[in-house]
Design a protein around this ligand. Structure first.
Ligand code: ADP
Length: 475
């Protein structure tokens, strides 16, 4: 598994004495150790990317597209091994890992196609002897910092769009799940990416992060992770005024109105809540149910929770482990905080006997807005359930958070749907659907959930500069 050591710099795999261990969150066993970059190697990766950019940025979009198509094919062909690595280092159920590989690969194919459609614009000029237009050019060296919850898809969403745009990339994957990214690096080299176009470095996030976000050769930072680290990167990168895209935390409301199809709403909720054991930034984080159906709905939901199988991701379970002790502690703290403020456990509420990093799927009622489970991102298999009586009350409560990433609601009433769409302060909405992620989705959020969008028709845009030209041909 650790044949690629941990560092891909200037087309070479490097091995260092200093390593970090990678563990399987299911049983805490060590899977591998990967080399970590020191300051010098981090700077070397920037220099390599900078040099590679000079030629890569001049290649044709067609050429870049061809290489990405090869990478797409190789990724699809490696589905089994990639899914196994994802489950091994993240703990998520194998079926989910397979879906992640398909999802991750879709970004590569999409970027390969969108590379061919990058365009500038010629305007009708206000002056007779002038042509006015703008062209798009790759922004330069891109740093991509990615999280552990989607060890492949968050990498491909950023890296393939940057490469399609003509940028070179330094990827710093999460130290908790570097192995998937390293396997992907192997495929990228095999697909024909020239040396230095794609570098991977692992190591101390603070040390590496500071070097990358303050170096003037780096022109763009694209980050997915916590709001706290996102703010830090924004601050550090301000010294060189870097372009920055941030996809940060969420606190997704999931609302069910009394006219909704309850069975479908429950399945949509389970999908939105339990993907990766609740560890996604678009996971349902607060469940709002209209008063008229509250009791009936709660009974159905508790029954549905009882059916969830918690356990090893390799053994056909629905809910895997959390990623770390820190994550378990946070969930426990949120539950204790809710109980101390009058919350009531309807099911679950404690660590699961399955293993050290498992928590029981939990529903908490009697919730108020002062509780952490209302205001903070839980990132685990727990959910507060809250009654509401009107559209206005739902909109007010749903928006009562500093986050604004994803929101979901179930209703059949068309007049209400438009009102809710317009008034929810969120970047992405699921209406009668708990699944919103595709390459077509402009992924990103309002407020402190981030800056910019990834994927979508505009997937190359974050990696392009606009150059305006006013050309007098009356010379
Ligand atoms: P989480 O709390 O969900 O693990 P983080 O924001 O800590 O999310 O991690 C997301 C990514 O950010 C990971 O790749 C991690 O290594 C990286 N990271 C963490 N701290 C820093 C930092 N100070 N500078 C740069 N990257 C960081």
């Amino acid at each position: 598994m650790n044949k690629n050591f941990g560092l891909l710099i200037d087309g070479k795999w490097l091995k260092n004495k200093k390593t970090i261990n990678v563990y399987n969150p299911f049983d805490g066993k060590k899977i591998s150790a990967v080399s970590i970059a020191d300051s010098k190697q981090t700077i070397n990766s920037i220099k390599s990317a900078h040099l590679a950019f000079q030629s890569w940025s001049k290649t044709s979009a067609k050429y870049r597209s061809e290489i990405l198509k090869k990478l797409f094919k190789l990724t699809k062909e490696s589905k089994d091994i990639l899914s196994e690595i994802i489950t091994l280092e993240s703990g998520k159920p194998l079926e989910e890992s397979k879906v992640e590989v398909e999802y991750g690969a879709s970004f590569i194919e999409w970027a390969a196609e969108q590379a061919l459609r990058s365009e500038g614009k010629l305007f009708e000029s206000p002056e007779n002897d002038k042509k006015m237009f703008y062209i798009k050019q790759p922004i330069g060296v891109v740093v991509a910092i990615t999280p552990w919850n989607f060890p492949l898809a968050m990498v491909t969403r950023k890296v393939s769009a940057a490469i399609a745009a003509g940028c070179s990339v330094i990827l710093k994957p999460s130290e908790l799940t570097p192995l998937t990214a390293l396997k992907f690096g192997e495929l990228a080299i095999k697909a024909g990416l020239p040396k230095g176009v794609f570098n991977i470095i692992n190591g101390n996030p603070k040390l590496i992060g500071e070097i990358l976000s303050t170096n003037s050769m780096v022109k763009k930072i694209t980050f997915t992770g916590s709001t706290e680290v996102g703010k830090l990167l924004m601050k550090d990168s301000s010294s060189t005024v870097k372009n920055i895209s941030l996809e940060l935390g969420g606190n997704a409301p999931f609302a069910i109105f009394s006219d909704a199809n309850l069975d479908k709403a429950i399945e949509g909720f389970i999908a939105a809540k339990f993907r990766n054991a609740g560890q996604t930034c678009i996971s349902a984080n607060r469940l709002f149910v209209e008063k008229k159906i509250f009791n009936k709905f709660v009974k159905k939901l508790v029954l549905r929770f009882k059916k969830l199988k918690v356990g090893n991701g390799f053994e056909n379970n629905d809910v895997g482990p959390l990623i770390s002790e820190k994550a378990i502690k946070k969930i426990k703290n949120h539950v204790d905080d809710a109980l101390s403020k009058g919350g009531k456990i309807l099911i679950g509420g404690k660590k699961s006997k399955v293993g050290k990093l498992f928590f029981e799927p939990t529903i908490i009622s009697n919730v108020n807005t002062k509780m952490k489970i209302f205001s903070k991102e839980n990132f685990g298999p727990i959910i507060p359930i809250i009654k509401f009586e009107s559209d206005e009350e739902l909109i007010r409560l749903a928006n009562q958070t500093e986050y604004g990433l994803a929101a979901y609601f179930y209703t059949k009433k068309t007049s209400r749907i438009w009102k809710v769409i317009e008034n929810l302060d969120y970047g992405m909405l699921g209406i009668n659907s708990g699944k919103i992620s595709t390459y077509l989705n402009p992924f990103g959020g309002f407020k402190e959930s981030g800056l910019g969008r990834e994927g979508s028709l505009q997937c190359l845009e974050p990696f392009l500069e606009t150059k305006f030209v006013s050309w007098s041909y009356n010379d």
